[in-house]
Structures are given as structure tokens and as C-alpha cells.
Ligand binder design. Structure first.
Ligand code: 1SD
Ligand code: ZN
Length: 258
């Protein structure tokens, strides 16, 4: 499922084939979050992260936005979700050396890199395509990055692997890593936004419960630059791997109490 789109499709929304997809739908992602219009929702309690500390050996692939499969052992519940969701994969979206690259924006601000997206599906599904047929089948956790002066050593396994997957479709095994080490400390994850939207790549399926955490992840400019060395199929630098923000069309964005 994850590699069925060429980079043109992944990375240039103007070229997406809208036939047989939801990409023209009304509840698309990403969006700009206008914080003063968000509604406090007391049901958005802190998440329970289970087995996020588990060290795993993943595969990282240059598919237009580096993607890593994760074992289904890691799960999330709480956070206002209706049930437990298990982690399927994570990937990132970024901009270029001069411009920012997050998909979601907060009050019009685009971050240097969005988001680590950790894609989960409801625990009883065995594959993502089945989960996508359920309006709330998929839960994506989105994290923003901020430029820091010192390197974030916890990202070394990812950053060093990027060197081996510069060419399109390049893949390599990842040094041992846990999901937890890629995230801000759990106690900093109580402030988040919630809305219902879609995958940000074709078929743009409207089956995603989105969570955007307020707390950011630091990366140095050298670390950010490592992403810009990746290449598209045509050999051009892989930059700006984000979809622009989509209309809200009357949707309400909620915020957690913390
Ligand atoms: O862009 C990803 C896409 O590559 C794939 O991972 C999909 C889930 O199968 O999720 C989208 S996204 O909405 O998480 N950006
Ligand atoms: Zn994504």
C-alpha cells in the first residue's frame, strides 16, 4: 500500500490524479489551526502510550517522505480516542534549506519540518486498507520540529540512515530505535489539537483522527539538512514534501485542557 504512488504523486499535489480518490473531498488534511477558534474538550485526556519504549529494528525507505514500519506492539489509547490504536509506521514531511515544511500550520505559522507522523490503526484491524474504510479507522499523531542550536542525539539512528537512502526507493535497516526516543517526554504531550480529516497523500481517504501536539521536537540545522540530500526519482533534491493546507469547511478543531 505504502509505495504505490510515485514521488510526483507524493510530492506535487498539483499533479495528483483526483479520479478515484478523496483528494477533492470536504474533510481534507492538512489544515491551518486557528487557536482562538479551537474548542476546549475535557474528554481530550492525556494519551496512554504502551510499548512506545520498545526498541525495534525498522526499515527506512525513501518513498518521497522517509517512511519506517513499526511493530504493532506499540499502541495508544486515551487522548479522547474511542478505542486502542496500534502503530503501523512513521514518516516525516519537510521543506527546503530556505523554506519551512510542516503540513499543518498553527495560526498561519509553518514549522521547519512537520511533522513526524506516526500512523496508527484501530487495534482489531490487520491492514491499513481495511482501517481506511472506517471513518475513524486511522489515528495519526503529528509532531512539529523546531530548529535548535545543538544536535538531538536521539535522532542519530534516523539521520545517519538517511545517507544510505539518498536515491529514490533506497532502503536500509535502521539502527535500534524506540518511538519514545523520537518524541518529546511523555509528560509534555498533554497539550494537543484534535480534528477529523484525511491522509495527506492520495487517495486522501477521510478516515483519520488527527492529533497535533503543541510541544515540539528539537533538531539542529545540520540534522534538518540531512533530509534535503535525499533525491526524487528524477534525481532532483527531495524538498517540500508537504501538502498545502486545505479548507476547514466548517469543521471544529478541539483542544485538550492541559
Ligand atoms: O503521506 C502518508 C502516506 O505515505 C501513507 O503513509 C499514508 C498512510 O498509508 O499516510 C499519509 S499521511 O496522511 O500520514 N501523511
Ligand atoms: Zn504524513
Amino acid at each position: 500500500y505504502q509505495s504505490q504512488f510515485s514521488c510526483d504523486h507524493q510530492c506535487n499535489p498539483n499533479k495528483w490524479d483526483h479520479a478515484n480518490s478523496d483528494c477533492d473531498g470536504r474533510y481534507q488534511s492538512p489544515i491551518n489551526v486557528v487557536t482562538r477558534k479551537t474548542l476546549l474538550d475535557e474528554r481530550l485526556t492525556p494519551f496512554k502510550f504502551t510499548n512506545y519504549q520498545q526498541i525495534f529494528r525498522g526499515f527506512i525507505k525513501n518513498n518521497g517522505h522517509s517512511q519506517v514500519g513499526v511493530p504493532h506492539l506499540s499502541t495508544i489509547s486515551g487522548g479522547g480516542l474511542s478505542t486502542t490504536y496500534k502503530a503501523v509506521q512513521f514518516h516525516l514531511h519537510w521543506g527546503n534549506s530556505k523554506g519551512p515544511g510542516s503540513e499543518h500550520t498553527i495560526d498561519g505559522e509553518q514549522y521547519p519540518m512537520e511533522q513526524l507522523h506516526i500512523v496508527h490503526m484501530k487495534h482489531h484491524y490487520t491492514d491499513l486498507s481495511t482501517a481506511l474504510a472506517d471513518q475513524e479507522g486511522v489515528a495519526v499523531l503529528g509532531f512539529f520540529y523546531e530548529k535548535s542550536n545543538s544536535a538531538n542525539r536521539k535522532y542519530d539512528p534516523i539521520i545517519t540512515s538517511l545517507r544510505s537512502i539518498k536515491a529514490a526507493d533506497g532502503n536500509t535497516s535502521l539502527p535500534p530505535v524506540s518511538l519514545a526516543q523520537l518524541l518529546p517526554p511523555e509528560q509534555n504531550l498533554t497539550s494537543f489539537y484534535r480534528y477529523k480529516g484525511s491522509l495527506t497523500t492520495p487517495g486522501c481517504t477521510e478516515a483519520v483522527v488527527w492529533t497535533l501536539f503543541e510541544n515540539t521536537i528539537p533538531l539542529s540545522s545540520d540534522q534538518l539538512r540531512a533530509f534535503f540530500d535525499l533525491k526524487f526519482h528524477d534525481g532532483k533534491p527531495m524538498v517540500d514534501t508537504f501538502r498545502p493546507v486545505q479548507p476547514l469547511n466548517g469543521r471544529q478543531v478541539f483542544r485538550s485542557g492541559a
